[in-house]
Design a protein around this ligand. Structure first.
Ligand code: SF4
Ligand code: MG
Length: 332
């Protein structure tokens, strides 16, 4: 399998002034295989959007490396960067905010083509716009209308058409369905899946809960407060979640069967999400972890492979930890 994207020990800190630093992404590593969908999941503020933007080169990195097609995205020259944007595009959560309200759908979709000078001939460009509209389930009659005339789901389709305008092979979808009605979410997910098969696209799919990501992703990485805490294949994550945070996230997904739903144990996390400006020492999850031990406040758990292609950062799975005192369960 070809690793189209490799993220090594990526750190992205933001200087907040007066000496405080927001550790948005604090040493995250993963890769994305060509043609797969990699789901990046975690609550808002965990750093997942920052990772997306740093991969796109919209943010400088603080440390670590991002390689796309073997090339370091933060070391591209102007020409390489221009070319890079044809390969990698982004879809955003709120399609309305990302579409210029004063531009017609035609203008919104043709803009990237014009910037990149794809077509010399206006007619060809317009035909391409029509083709893209059809590919996302809209039609040419929509071309001269304005984004606000469309429903949320349709606007997301326009956003997708725009992202496809340059024929990218990698798409970062940052919560593309979070703002949509549940009934519309499945339609957009299905569209993305169809486009993936037709065009051989690779997706980095960012989401704040696991419910939809399960269906669309081949592998999933779970993030908490700037750290990746678990990563494995989709089915494995659902059948055998190891990290206490993943277990809590999974327990929060409603199950359609009322009998199971009633008897199921829900893991309620205590306390608030700490600030990434002053994250907890040791394991960042320890202030809310039902399994927290003495060691958790002293040592940051290492990122390790505990099963085949199953990675986790948690002292519960650290065999080298022999000090019984340190593994004493904290009472809360
Ligand atoms: Fe919980 Fe400790 Fe594991 Fe962190 S390292 S998830 S606090 S048990
Ligand atoms: Mg976000």
């Amino acid at each position: 399998q070809e690793k189209i994207l490799q993220v090594h020990e990526l750190k992205k800190y933001f200087n907040m002034g007066k000496g405080s630093v927001l550790q948005a992404v604090d040493g995250v590593s993963f890769h994305v295989n060509k043609g797969e969908t990699f789901g990046l999941v975690g609550e808002s503020g965990c750093g997942k959007s920052t990772i997306g933007r740093t991969i796109m080169g919209l943010y400088d990195k603080t440390d670590g490396d991002v390689l796309f097609d073997g090339k370091n995205v933060h070391e591209l020259n102007e020409k390489e960067r221009f070319h890079f944007y044809r390969s990698m595009q982004m879809i955003f959560q709120d399609p309305y905010a990302s579409l210029n309200p004063r531009s017609t759908v035609k203008e919104v979709i043709s803009e990237p083509m014009e910037v990149h000078g794809l077509y010399k001939n206006k007619r060809e460009q317009l035909d391409r716009v029509y083709q893209l509209l059809e590919e996302v389930g809209l039609n040419r009659d929509h071309a001269n209308r304005y984004p606000h005339e469309f429903s949320g789901g349709q606007r997301q389709r326009i956003g997708i058409a725009r992202a496809l305008a340059l024929n990218p092979n990698f798409i970062i979808a940052d919560e593309p369905i979070s703002a949509l009605d549940v009934s519309v979410q499945a339609q957009v997910v299905n569209l993305l899946k169809e486009l993936q098969v037709e065009k051989g696209l690779t997706f980095l799919f960012i989401a704040h809960d696991l419910s939809m990501v399960k269906q669309i992703s081949d592998r999933i990485g779970v993030m908490y407060l700037g750290n990746m805490v678990e990563l494995t294949a989709s089915e494995e994550l659902y059948e055998n979640p190891l990290h206490p945070y993943t277990q809590a996230l999974l327990s929060a997904i409603p199950i359609p069967d009322p009998d199971i739903e009633e008897t199921r144990e829900r893991i309620i996390l205590q306390g608030e999400l700490p600030s990434p400006i002053n994250p907890p020492s040791g394991c960042v999850f320890r202030t809310r972890c039902p399994m927290a031990m003495e060691v958790c406040s002293m040592k940051k758990p290492v990122w390790q492979e505990v099963g085949q292609n199953h990675y986790v950062a948690c002292h519960l799975y650290d065999d080298t930890l022999e000090n019984k005192d340190l593994t004493k369960q904290l009472t809360r």
